[in-house]
Design a protein around this ligand. Structure first.
Ligand code: PLP
Length: 236
């Protein structure tokens, strides 16, 4: 019998990818509509490399300092990097052009700074707006009402492409209790899409982590961010 939690990173990658496929199937969504972002904070280059050999193609990092040497280590490997962590304005210059997608734009000012720096670099930066869907006082992200008000002000951004929304829901006892939060993010994306701001698309929903990505997929996730279920419990 297969052990409940596979023993190697390679096997866990296969198991997560299989679970994504089956959640797609169960919710009647075409295969390949959900992409796996492996959350690699604190994970060594060697362990990440094992995951990449097993099929990971998108790697998500939280801190600029930690990410840059890893990106350099994989410069000859066709992988994509996403930025997941809270981004300080003074670090924006270091992330432009290095990450295909920034998941964590949590203020209008940060969006404006990204736009300015992307303009200087002569590129267009794809981003998601992070929403504090549970309205938790200590958590980053736009309040759900504020994001709807902020989006029209992002129409002027000419070097930024807003692709969708991201959220980290409140901690819940089980994955099913997270479902209303995922549904709420999905509804919010519909509300924002209806504003028809030309530079703002709502194609991507980044939601779901190790404990709840199957439920998030059922509620419309297009990107799931999974760390522990692939690399094991973080000790740092
Ligand atoms: C660490 C992290 C994840 C992955 O969390 P796990 O529970 O380890 O799967 C997802 N999203 C963000 C923003 C993270 O920082």
């Amino acid at each position: 019998m297969e052990p409940l939690i596979p023993e190697t990173i390679a096997k866990r990658v296969q198991s997560v990818l299989a679970k994504i496929r089956s959640a797609e199937e169960q919710s009647g969504r075409p295969a390949g509509t959900v992409r796996l972002v492996a959350a690699t904070k604190t994970v060594t280059v060697e362990d990440i490399a094992e995951g990449v050999r097993a099929g990971l193609s998108i790697l998500g990092e939280n801190r600029v300092q930690e990410a840059l040497p890893k990106i350099a280590a994989f410069s000859q490997v066709p992988v994509h990097w996403h930025f997941l962590g809270q981004l300080q304005r003074r670090k924006v210059r270091s992330v432009i052009g290095r990450f295909d997608l920034i998941h964590s734009v949590d203020t209008l000012e940060l969006a404006q700074e990204i736009d300015r720096r992307a303009g200087e670099a002569g590129c267009r930066q794809d981003v998601l707006l992070e929403v504090n869907i549970g309205g938790e006082p200590t958590k980053a992200g736009f309040h759900p009402d504020d994001v709807v008000r902020a989006v029209p002000m992002m129409a002027q951004l000419s070097h930024t492409c807003i692709k969708g929304l991201m959220t980290i829901p409140p901690l819940t006892a089980d994955s099913d209790s997270a479902r209303p939060y995922f549904r709420k993010l999905h509804d919010l994306a519909g509300q924002i899409a209806a504003l028809e701001v030309p530079t703002v698309r709502m194609d991507e929903l980044s939601m779901g982590m190790s404990n709840d990505y199957a439920v998030a997929i059922e509620e419309g996730a297009t990107l799931v961010r999974v760390g522990t279920a692939i690399f094991g419990v973080r000790h740092v």
